[in-house]
Write a protein that binds this ligand. Structure first.
Ligand code: IPE
Ligand code: IPE
Ligand code: MG
Length: 229
C-alpha cells in the first residue's frame, strides 16, 4: 500500500435514510451509526492514522426536531463513558470541536471528563465535531485575532481554529451519497483529497474505508505545483 493519510476526516452521513429504508425510526439509524463510528475509528487507528476527525453533529443539525435531538443525546449518554474507556485503553486522546455551549449541560460535563480521562493518550487523537460549523469556527478565530489586536499569518490563523493543534486533513470521506461539505472543515480542507461513498454511514464497513485509503494512496498531491519525474 502507498502512503497513509496522517489525518482522516469523515462526514458520517446517511443514518436517517438507512433507517427509513428499513422502516425504522431515524433514531435506530443513529444507533447503528454510532456503533459503526466506534469500530471505524478503531480501524483507522489500527491502520496507523494519527488523527481521526468525525463530523457527528453540525450546528445546523441543532435545529432538527426535539425528538431526533433527544434521541441523539440519549445515545451519547449511553455510549460515551464506555467509548472513552476504550480510547484510554488504546492510548488515544479525545478532543471535541464545535460550540459545546449549545449542548445540554450534562453532555458538556461528559465531554470535559472524557477529555480529562484521555489527556495522556499518545498514539493518536479522535476529534469529535459536535455542534460544529466551519464558518462559525472561522468567525470565532477572526474575532480572537481582532481581540489580540494584530494581523495574523496563514499559519497563525490556522492555529486559532478549533483544529489548530492538528495537521490539516489529508483525506476527507463523506458517506451517504451527497457531494458537499455541509460546513465541515472549510479552511482546513483546502488541499484534502475528497472521497465520496454512496453507502449510508451504518453500512460503510472497514473494507469500504480500506478502499478509500487505497484510493488516497493513488492520488497525486501537487499543491499547485507541476508534477516532477
Ligand atoms: C448524519 O445522518 C448524522 C447526523 C447528522 C446526526 P443524517 O441524520 O443526516 O441522515 P440522513 O442524511 O437524513 O440520511
Ligand atoms: C452533515 O450532514 C452533518 C453530519 C454528517 C454530522 P447533514 O445531513 O446535516 O448535511 P446536509 O443537510 O445534507 O447538507
Ligand atoms: Mg444527512
Amino acid at each position: 500500500m502507498g502512503e497513509l493519510p496522517r489525518h482522516v476526516a469523515v462526514i458520517m452521513d446517511g443514518n436517517g435514510r438507512w433507517a427509513q429504508k428499513r422502516l425504522l425510526p431515524r433514531s435506530a439509524g443513529h444507533a447503528a451509526g454510532l456503533k459503526r463510528m466506534i469500530a471505524l475509528s478503531e480501524y483507522l487507528f489500527r491502520c496507523g492514522v494519527e488523527v481521526v476527525t468525525l463530523y457527528a453533529l453540525s450546528q445546523e443539525n441543532l435545529s432538527r426536531s426535539e425528538e431526533e435531538l433527544s434521541a441523539l443525546f440519549a445515545l451519547f449518554r449511553q455510549y460515551f463513558a464506555g467509548s472513552v474507556e476504550r480510547l484510554a485503553k488504546n492510548d488515544l486522546r479525545l478532543d471535541v470541536i464545535g460550540d459545546t455551549s449549545l449542548l445540554p449541560e450534562d453532555i458538556l460535563s461528559l465531554i470535559e471528563s472524557g477529555k480529562e480521562r484521555t489527556k495522556e493518550g499518545g498514539r493518536g487523537t479522535l476529534v469529535l465535531a459536535i455542534a460544529y460549523g466551519a464558518r462559525q469556527d472561522i468567525v470565532s478565530a477572526v474575532n480572537r485575532a481582532v481581540r489580540a489586536g494584530k494581523e495574523v499569518t496563514e499559519g497563525e490563523f490556522s492555529a486559532l481554529l478549533s483544529t489548530g493543534a492538528y495537521p490539516p486533513p489529508d483525506l476527507l470521506v463523506r458517506t451517504g451519497k451527497e457531494k458537499r461539505l455541509s460546513n465541515f472543515l472549510l479552511f482546513e480542507s483546502a488541499y484534502a483529497e475528497l472521497y465520496f461513498s454512496d453507502k449510508m454511514f451504518p453500512d460503510f464497513s472497514d473494507a469500504d474505508m480500506e478502499r478509500a485509503l487505497g484510493d488516497y494512496a493513488t492520488r497525486d498531491r501537487r499543491y499547485g505545483k507541476v508534477k516532477t519525474q
